[in-house]
Design a protein around this ligand. Sequence first.
Ligand code: FAD
Length: 382
Amino acid sequence: MRRDVFTEEHELFRAQFRRFAEKEIEPKIAEWNERGMSDRETWRRAGEQGFLGAAAPVEYGGAGGDFLYDAIIMEEMSWIRAHAMMISLHSDIIMPYLITYGSEEQKRRYLPGAISGDILLGIAMTEPGTGSDLANVQTKARRDGDDYVLDGAKTFISNGQIGDLFIVVARTDPNADPPHRGISLILVEADTPGFVRGRKLDKLGLRGQDTSELAFDNCRVPVSNVLGQQGQGFKMLMEKLQQERLCIAVASIASCRRALHDTIEYVRERRAFGQPIARFQNTQFKLAELATEVEIGQAFIDKLLAAHVRGDELVTEVSMAKWWSTDLQKRLTSECVQLHGGYGFMLEYPIAMDYADAAVQSIYAGTNEIMKVIIARRLGLE
Ligand SMILES: Cc1cc2nc3c(=O)[nH]c(=O)nc-3n(C[C@H](O)[C@H](O)[C@H](O)COP(=O)(O)OP(=O)(O)OC[C@H]3O[C@@H](n4cnc5c(N)ncnc54)[C@H](O)[C@@H]3O)c2cc1C
């Protein structure tokens, strides 16, 4: 079905990005997956071509487009399975914090480098003892004159090894009541003394993505590194999570499309009992059902994309899209592995990695259970 959320200009941008991705990204994916990390050179090339911060303001070097340009990048990256290079985390999840809440000085200092690919971004919320219950973060930022001194540990941080600038969620007021009012967002450059990169974690899926532990050991940063207002960190996180969760839903459906496409090709080729397995009614029904769900999901997500670009508040609907599309991705990749038979279990077949990569989608950016907690609360079920 023709999608009407994108204009002709968006589609030209898609063609341009696709050419770039085929030439500069796709050939490197296997090596990145082997190494567990993307490379800075490709980030810089993407920056040069205007593919980082496509929606960032022109005065800092951005393209001044809308979120749909970023959505296109997400879809294309998901289609080629370029999970190692998290452009969307950098441009659509973290950069918006700087754009919306950064002081003029912070924006001038960091945005041009982030847009050119010289400053790679990360966000450090999760801690070994605290994930879903974000208001309970224990990393402390103690005021000392004109500085904050950070102490604590973070885990599962994307871009942990390769990142240059991190938004750190820290407790600036240990006595705040309720506790979430004591949380602030603090910008920490990776070369700050006391900023320690820990282990790069070995994962089931997203093998090319750098996910790491971080520690802060007497890590001193000026008070001017606070993003937005002190004590407003939790509120800012809640405001920006709508876009983060929409990003996951967009990528999820795009990944579903790729897995489905490859499986349809496979079942047409593979023969059993003297005929292509595509001829078995079970194969046809399974794929017909999955294709239906993908189209339904896409229609919902396109509607959300248009509404998000308009600036609508969509916390409930985006939470629905996040859990539903990632749940579909898990079911769909599982069915597609089954339709590949033993080959589906072999890592040389991309569907095997699709299955492993899908597992995390229902966990990060707020688990699917948390999505349902949010929806239920908004239905008045408390
Ligand atoms: C590959 C990867 C990349 C990541 N990147 C980042 C990053 O860049 N920055 C960052 O800060 N974090 C990142 N994370 C962390 C991620 O956001 C957390 O893993 C996630 O929020 C869940 O937290 P947790 O792992 O502590 O699980 P828990 O919070 O311990 O949850 C465990 C289980 O309990 C359930 N549960 C918890 N609370 C409730 C409740 N109220 N009701 C019902 N069920 C509940 C959860 O849904 C889950 O099933 C990443 C994680 C992964 C795996």
